[in-house]
Ligand binder design. Structure first.
Ligand code: NDP
Length: 329
């Protein structure tokens, strides 16, 4: 049975006398810190000495080095990049946290794959927004919310769930609903979207573009038709607002007939073995081991593949189309 928490399930009072330290004032950290403060919680920021730190100070936060913020925290929210988190946690956060403190993650990755193993005397919770950082702030300010995946990974004090729900409410997420799940499930689903669904969708898009250009249609027309007009993004938003099935009625009868009959012809195309292979790679920890090894080696493959993506034909066609339609960057 799936549990979804809403505002009425969460009491901000659970953190009324607690010091929340947001570690990392970046995409998520800035938005979450501002939302928590506007929700009436006591928030300080821990950050390295960079532009983000200066911004936190300019926006009225008491700012410390990461270790000093951790030492002051009843609740430490780790909102730094996942790849630096294990080292920062081991060196600067873990040694400073008091027994009974709560450590909160916005991604299950490091705990799920054993890269961080918090002390048994800590509460450990997951509050993972399904929303990019700026959206976390914008939705809150507009009075709306955004969903999150949440869970208690470790309850040392008996208060972990109350703390978790107060954090989720403080950032504005229980307004939309917070679905309970484990760190592992959150990490698996997140990685599957990036490594299973995403690449397959990307290949369909890329091969469709290449085919149409090979068949003589101008690249600008192809790119506009398939994605740059914004129709695809608008339709995807309709999935959310109206429903995946219900939004189909907004398309013309020709579109609906063609789409339904041609979808039926593809029913025998079994993509699940490829998708399952991606999921198995994730669940076995093979991907996490590969990614850790890649980082330890100085990112050779990552760097090489990033350089290659500037040289595929799509890169030029896209620039051409963006210029023609004055789409900016
Ligand atoms: P960012 O890339 O925005 O980085 C956050 C902050 O950490 C920045 O201020 C950055 O400084 C700082 N930082 C970088 N390196 C270090 C270091 N070695 N020591 C201390 N601080 C450092 O992170 P995100 O907000 O994107 O991600 C934070 C967490 O939120 C992650 O767990 C991520 O998985 C999760 N998350 C992110 C989402 C998103 O949309 N971005 C969505 C949902 C969850 P600087 O700017 O100088 O690099």
């Amino acid at each position: 049975m799936t549990t979804v928490y809403h505002d009425e399930d969460a009491d901000l009072g659970a953190l009324a006398s607690e010091q929340v330290a947001v570690i990392g004032y970046g995409n998520q950290g800035r938005s979450q810190a501002l939302n928590l403060r506007d929700s009436g919680l006591r928030v300080i920021v821990g950050n390295i000495g960079d532009a983000a730190r200066a911004r936190a100070a300019a926006e009225g936060f008491e700012v410390h080095d990461v270790a000093a913020a951790a030492a002051r925290a009843d609740v430490a929210m780790l909102l730094i990049p996942d790849e630096v988190m294990p080292e920062v946690y081991a060196q600067e956060v873990a040694p400073r946290l008091r027994p009974g403190a709560c450590v909160s993650f916005a991604s299950g990755y490091n705990v799920a794959f054993g890269l961080i193993a918090p002390d048994a005397r800590l509460d450990v919770v997951l509050v993972a927004p399904r929303m990019i950082g700026p959206g976390v702030r914008d939705r809150y300010v507009e009075g709306g919310g955004f969903p999150s995946f949440v869970g208690v990974h470790q309850d040392a004090t008996g208060r972990a769930k109350a703390r978790l729900l107060a954090l989720a409410r403080g950032i504005g997420s229980t307004r939309a609903g917070c679905l309970e799940m484990t760190m592992a499930a959150e990490a698996h689903l997140d990685l599957f979207t990036e490594q299973g669904f995403g690449p397959l969708f990307g290949q369909v898009l890329r091969q469709s573009i290449e085919l149409l250009v090979e068949q003589g249609y101008p690249p600008e027309a192809v790119l506009m038709e398939l994605c740059l007009s914004g129709e695809l993004a608008y339709t995807a938003q309709r999935f959310v607002d109206t429903g995946i099935i219900a939004q189909m009625d907004f398309h013309s009868h020709t579109s609906q007939y063609g789409s339904m009959t041609r979808s039926a012809r593809l029913m025998d195309m079994d993509l699940k073995p490829r998708l399952l292979a991606a999921l198995d790679d994730i669940r076995s920890g093979a991907f996490a081991r590969e990614w850790s090894a890649e980082q330890a080696a100085g990112l050779p493959l990552f760097t090489q593949m990033k350089a290659m993506r500037a040289h595929i034909p799509l890169a030029d066609w896209e620039q051409q189309t963006r210029r023609a339609f004055r789409l900016g960057r």
